[in-house]
Design a binder for this molecule. Structure first.
Ligand code: HCA
Ligand code: CU
Length: 394
C-alpha cells in the first residue's frame, strides 16, 4: 500500500518567508496524523534549536505517524537528529556530476565513502531507525551513479531510497527523463543485487508536473510519495497533499484509512500561518471546489449533484453550495431564498425575477453576492418595491 510522507514543516517552511511556530507545528502534526499520513518530516535540527525542539515535542506527542528529521550527510548533524528521538532520518547527498565537480569537488567514490560512513553511523546508533538516503537531484544524475550510491547506502543500513526531482526537471513524456524510469530501473538494479529498499519520490513543481510525476511514479511501483499542504516548498513547491489523496482514492488506495474530513481545517491552519491564501478553485479544499454557479449548472445540480460533480464533497466533510451573480438563473434564486428561510417567497414569480435582476445589477462589481449577508437585504428592498408598485397600480 502506498505511503504518504508530509513535509509541510520541512520543505514547506522553505517557502520564502514562511515560519511556523512550534505551537502551530504541533497542531499541523495532529491534523496530519488524524488524516492518516504515514511519515511526518518535521525539519532539519541543524537549522536551529527551535526546530530541534519542535521535532522533539512532536516525536513525544504519541502520534501514529512516524516522526522524522532531515539531515545533512554529516555525523554531527545525524547526532542532532537522533537527539530529537525520531523514528525516521532523511540524509541527502547528491551524486550528480555537476554537484560533485562544481560544489563538493570530490569524485563519486569519495562521495559514496561519505554516504556509507554517515549511514552506517546512524544505523549503529539506532537499530529500528528508518533511514532514507536521497541522492539529491536524482533525475539529473547518471543512473549508474544513482544505482551505485543507492546500493552502498542500503548495504550500510538505509531502508528507503528517495528519488528527488529537486528542480522539477522530470516529465512523463520522455522516458529517460521520467520519474517512472528512475523508479523501475532503481528497483530492478537493486533487486539484482538482492537489495529491496522502499522507493520514495520527491517531485518539485517547476514545470507544473509534480502531481503528474508523482502518479507516474505510483504506476511504476513507488512505495512512498512526498507532499506538502498547498504544495508549499522551495520555488514552486512539491506535490499538494489534497490533490494527491484525491487521485489515490480514485485508484482505490487506502480509502478507508484516510480521514479526509480534516483536510480543510488543516489547509486553513497552514494558510493562516503561512500567510498564503488557498486559491478558491483549489481541488477539494478551495472555497469554490463544490460551488455551482451558472444557471444551467445550478438547475441540473438541483436535480442531481453528480451531473456536475465527479467527487463526493461528503468525503471531505463539505456540502456543495451555490453562488449568486451575473451567471445566475431563476433556480439559483429559488434555492438561495430557501437557504435563508424565505421559501414562502418562491411562489411570487414576479418578485423572484426582480431579485434576480437586482442580483445581476450588483454583480457588475465583479464579486459574487453573499447569500447569508447580502441576499436578505436585496430581498427586503425588492419586497418593499413590489408593495409600493402594487399600491400605485392597484
Ligand atoms: C533540500 C532539497 C530536497 C531534499 C529532498 C530529500 C530536494 O531542500 O534539501 O532530502 O529527500 O528537493 O532534493 O528537498
Ligand atoms: Cu525538495
Amino acid at each position: 500500500m502506498i505511503q504518504i510522507l508530509d513535509s509541510t514543516m520541512r520543505e514547506g517552511e522553505q517557502t520564502p518567508g514562511v515560519y511556523f511556530s512550534n505551537e502551530v507545528k504541533l497542531a499541523i502534526a495532529y491534523f496530519l496524523d488524524q488524516i492518516g499520513v504515514d511519515i511526518i518530516e518535521v525539519g532539519n535540527p541543524g537549522v536551529n534549536s527551535e526546530i530541534a525542539t519542535a521535532i522533539t515535542q512532536i516525536a513525544k506527542a504519541g502520534l501514529r505517524a512516524k516522526i522524522g528529521a532531515h539531515s545533512l550527510c554529516r555525523i554531527h548533524d545525524v547526532d542532532k537528529a537522533l537527539d530529537c528521538g525520531v523514528d525516521f532520518l532523511g540524509v541527502f547527498f547528491s551524486v550528480s556530476q555537476r554537484r560533485l565537480e562544481r560544489d563538493y569537488k570530490i569524485d563519486l567514490s569519495s562521495a559514496i565513502e561519505k554516504i556509507v560512513e554517515v549511514i552506517s553511523y546512524a544505523r549503529s546508533q539506532k537499530s529500528d531507525l528508518l533511514i532514507r538516503y536521497t541522492p539529491e537531484d536524482t533525475v539529473r544524475s547518471p543512473i549508474e551513479y544513482v544505482v551505485e550510491a543507492a546500493s552502498a547506502a542500503v548495504r550500510a543500513g538505509a531502508n528507503i531510497i528517495s528519488i528527488a526531482d529537486t528542480t522539477g526537471y522530470a516529465t512523463p513524456f520522455q522516458t529517460n527523463r521520467s520519474i517512472s524510469y528512475y523508479v523501475k530501473t532503481l528497483k530492478q538494479e537493486l533487486a539484482q543485487r538482492e537489495l529491496y529498499p522502499k522507493i520514495e519520490v520527491h517531485c518539485h513543481n517547476d514545470r507544473g508536473l509534480a502531481l503528474a510525476n508523482g502518479l507516474d511514479a505510483y504506476n511504476a511501483g513507488a512505495d512512498i510519495i512526498d507532499v506538502t499542504v498547498m504544495g508549499l516548498g522551495e520555488r514552486t513547491g512539491i506535490i499538494d497533499l489534497a490533490e494527491l489523496l484525491i487521485n489515490l482514492i480514485d485508484k482505490n488506495e487506502n480509502e478507508s484509512n484516510w480521514d479526509l474530513t480534516y483536510l480543510k481545517k488543516l489547509y486553513e491552519l497552514v494558510s493562516e500561518h503561512s500567510h498564503i491564501s488557498i486559491p478558491p478553485h483549489h481541488p477539494a479544499v478551495g472555497k469554490h471546489a463544490f460551488t455551482h454557479y451558472a444557471g444551467v449548472h445550478v438547475k441540473a445540480v438541483a436535480k442531481d449533484e453528480e451531473l456536475y460533480q465527479s467527487l463526493n464533497p461528503q468525503i471531505f466533510g463539505i456540502n456543495s453550495s451555490l453562488a449568486l451573480g451575473m451567471q445566475s438563473g431563476f433556480t439559483a434564486v429559488e434555492l438561495a431564498l430557501k437557504q435563508i428561510g424565505k421559501s414562502e417567497l418562491v411562489e411570487n414569480k414576479l418578485l423572484v425575477v426582480k431579485i434576480l435582476n437586482q442580483i445581476k445589477e450588483i454583480a457588475k462589481r465583479g464579486t459574487a453576492i453573499d447569500i447569508e449577508t447580502e441576499l436578505p437585504e436585496i430581498v427586503e428592498q425588492c419586497v418593499v418595491d413590489q408593495q409600493i408598485s402594487n399600491f400605485i397600480y392597484r
